[in-house]
Design a protein around this ligand. Structure first.
Ligand code: CP
Length: 318
């Protein structure tokens, strides 16, 4: 595996779960693999879990880690070609990326969707520039359209908590005051569609995800109906995908919040969210604090997914 940006780079649910089990059983087995190798983590956006879990994963593999927050202390980067650079951005990403590549062996990139330019977002322009110009293996720490390390951890968590071979997994939209990218929802759908689980997506009309990601999932506009018999409820907000209103928030319908009454419709479902989560907007206190909430275990598995991916990149490239 040269780069890791989506499920296809791994290609197999079974392989993904096998790697995760290996890493989990013996986190320090590959301590020599990363010796004298440097991971550079580039953040264009804020992070708690991705930053800490990926750093921990790299340390378990014996790597050195450099972290750069582009918006705190680095030069502001221009990313458009052909632009006259007479504004507030003194460095072009096309020089910055190869320079960054020269200081490390592997690069992780977090670059959210702009939510203003759908074409650029869905072409993954920033992530692709790192792949094209850094000269180093690149992995996504959440890009414009996907969050594959999160989805990998989600898969591992569901595998650990499922009590039947083919659980019913429901991805539900939930209200949020600000516009959020579709990346987590897209990516979760991509990974769930690769399993043989029963997978349902529920959201208000107008919040349809890209058909590329919906794939073979069932779309159900009644949240209550979708919750019936569910084994896992995965809550997430996303903004509008359709061309005319791309990136906007057209509905903050609080009745879509996940609460105890809705969870009572399920098959005692486990509650999941990638975090950070806005309590009493997305989910009620009672659900997230309840005994069926597995959000902390889900976040803990971010070390596992990051380590499995980094291990494979190190094995394949160095
Ligand atoms: N879930 C997730 O990626 O969390 P952070 O944004 O804190 O990294």
């Amino acid at each position: 595996m040269r780069n890791f940006t989506n499920f296809n780079d791994l290609g197999s649910v079974e392989k993904a779960l096998e790697w995760a089990r290996e890493v989990k059983q013996n986190p320090f087995a590959d301590k020599q693999l990363g010796q004298d190798k440097t991971l550079l983590m580039i953040f264009f956006n804020s992070s708690l879990r991705t930053r800490l879990s990926t750093q921990k994963a790299a340390m378990n593999l014996g790597m050195n880690v450099i972290v750069l927050d582009i918006n705190q202390g680095a030069w502001k980067l221009e990313s458009e070609r052909g632009v006259i650079m007479d504004g507030d951005k003194p460095e072009h990403i096309l020089e910055a990326i190869p320079v960054m590549g020269s200081y490390c062996d592997v690069i992780g990139v977090r670059a959210f969707a702009s939510l203003t330019n759908k074409k650029e977002d869905y072409n993954e322009t920033i992530l692709q520039q790192f792949i094209d110009y850094s000269g180093k293996p690149v992995f996504s720490m959440e890009a414009a359209t996907r969050h594959p390390l999160q989805s990998y951890a989600d898969l591992v968590t569901i595998d650990e908590y499922k009590t039947k071979e083919r659980p019913k997994v429901v991805l539900t939209w939930a209200p949020h005051p600000r516009a959020l990218p579709q990346a987590v929802a897209n990516s979760f759908a991509e990974w769930m569609n690769a399993t043989d689980f029963e997978f349902v997506i529920t959201h208000p009309k107008g919040y349809e995800l890209s058909p590329e990601f919906v794939g073979s999932a069932t779309v159900e506009y009644s949240q209550e109906k979708a919750f019936e018999g569910a084994d896992f409820i995965y809550a997430k907000n996303w903004s509008v995908f359709n061309d005319n209103e791309y990136g906007s928030v057209t509905n903050i319908d609080r009745s879509w919040m996940v609460d105890s009454q809705k969870m009572s419709l399920t098959n005692r479902a486990k509650f999941m969210h990638c975090l950070p989560v806005r309590r009493n907007m997305i989910v009620s206190d009672s659900v997230i604090e309840g005994e069926d909430s597995i959000v902390i275990q889900q976040a803990a598995n971010r070390v596992v997914s990051a380590q499995a991916v980094l291990r494979e990149i190190l094995k394949s490239n160095l």
